[in-house]
Write a protein that binds this ligand. Structure first.
Ligand code: ATP
Length: 250
């Protein structure tokens, strides 16, 4: 099966800082891969290059066998990549279902007309996505009224609107209480399995990482310092040294 991602020798520097320095890895088509590392390790920069927000200085990115290095975010999104953000990216003044409909309108390339509301387009599809993430009962609420954990579930539904084959999740559980974190990641795992998605996520909470990743990449100062299944990474001396006193994340 073609890998979801094949990354080779990826580099990005800001002035003299080598934020990502020769990173290479692959991600299987239905694998859940966690990207961890201390603050400033280069996780966001790597993520931004994968989703097209930043152009690499060197290296290649292949998405499902196709080279996408340096393509803009919209082209990458079109090729089946959904992304969720550390800070939730929904429209607060719209209802929950309108947010999902807006994403579906964009995916289906229907023109958005400011004088016509999105209230009829793709409503059934939007309901299906909301049911999938357990938000059907809140469909008509304004997003601005939602609890944080519910917003994150909505964000997942929005990310699923373009029928992605790869989900990129940047600290999906940031700002959540521990029980909520477990729920969101269990939901992500369920959805990924049901839709045969690959998932790449960054995360500071080590419990979440060890419980929900098939494999883990560890970055430090732009370089990959360890890679493997959770048990191997957990006991890796280099990783332990890196995380000593940082078990709880920052
Ligand atoms: N726009 C920028 N201009 C200059 N330096 C930057 C920029 N963005 C990031 N850096 C630097 O690049 C390095 C990697 O940063 P990056 O944000 O990718 O790390 P991170 O692992 O995501 O950190 P965190 O866990 O704190 O989000 C750091 O030294 C950071 O200071």
């Amino acid at each position: 099966m073609t890998a979801a991602l094949e990354v080779r020798d990826l580099c990005k520097a800001y002035g003299g800082v080598r934020a990502v320095d020769g990173v290479g890895f692959s991600l299987g088509a239905t694998e859940r891969l966690a990207l961890i590392g201390p603050n400033g390790a280069g996780k966001s920069t790597l993520f931004d290059m994968l989703s097209g927000q930043r152009r690499p200085d060197a290296g290649t990115i292949r998405l499902f066998g196709r080279e996408v290095t340096g393509l803009p975010p919209r082209r990458i999104w079109r090729l089946g990549v959904g992304r969720t953000f550390q800070v939730t990216a929904t429209f607060g003044s719209m209802t929950v279902i309108e947010n999902v409909q807006t994403a579906l309108i964009s995916y289906h390339r229907r023109a958005w007309r400011p004088w016509s509301r999105a209230d009829r387009l793709y409503r059934d599809e939007a309901w299906d996505l909301l049911d999938l993430v357990g938000m059907g009962d809140q469909a008509e609420r304004a997003c601005g009224m939602l609890a944080y954990g519910d917003l994150k579930r909505l964000e997942l539904a929005v990310a699923l609107a373009n029928a992605p084959r790869l989900l990129l999740m940047d600290e999906p559980t940031a700002g959540m209480a521990p029980a909520e974190r477990t729920r969101l990641m269990a939901l992500t795992t369920e959805v990924a399995a049901a839709r045969a998605l690959a998932v790449l996520f960054t995360e500071h909470d080590m419990d979440v990482v060890f419980r929900h990743a098939d494999r883990i990449l560890v970055l430090d100062r732009g370089r990959l310092v360890a890679e493997g299944p959770p048990d191997a990474v957990r006991t890796d001396p280099a990783v332990r040294a890196l995380y000593l006193g940082e078990e709880d994340g920052a």
